[in-house]
Design a protein around this ligand. Structure first.
Ligand code: ZN
Length: 112
């Protein structure tokens, strides 16, 4: 911090604490200038994320499920009884296991 003073009439440098009339021009009044120099450090953090959401499709599994959907009722025409029951359970189980892999909702989150 620095403080300077000048006579407001003739501009002569005065002490900031000077209260008497100006020794140069004899008039009363002064201008006082105070300068403050501060260094301010600011910091902040912003977290930015990029999210990408999409459906990942597995073409081979989708075709296989469609074939199983079409072939299952046709097998019922040729295989009856226990054989038809076993084939139906096998195809149903395969469909249950494979169907979540045909279309999978996928989300990627990238922190930038
Ligand atoms: Zn003066």
């Amino acid at each position: 911090m620095s403080t300077t003073a000048q006579c407001q009439h003739c501009g002569m440098e005065l002490e900031p604490t000077h209260i008497d009339p100006c020794p140069n021009c004899g008039k009363q009044g002064k201008n006082v200038q105070v300068v403050l120099n501060e260094i301010v450090h600011l910091s902040d953090e912003v977290l930015v994320t990029k999210t990408h959401e999409f459906y990942a499709k597995n073409f081979k599994i989708t075709v296989l499920l469609i074939l199983m959907f079409v072939v299952s009722p046709i097998l019922g025409l040729f295989f009856g009884g226990t054989t038809g029951l076993v084939l139906g359970v096998i195809l149903g189980g395969l469909g249950f296991v494979l169907s979540p892999h045909a279309i999978l909702k996928t989300r990627t989150i990238e922190h930038l």
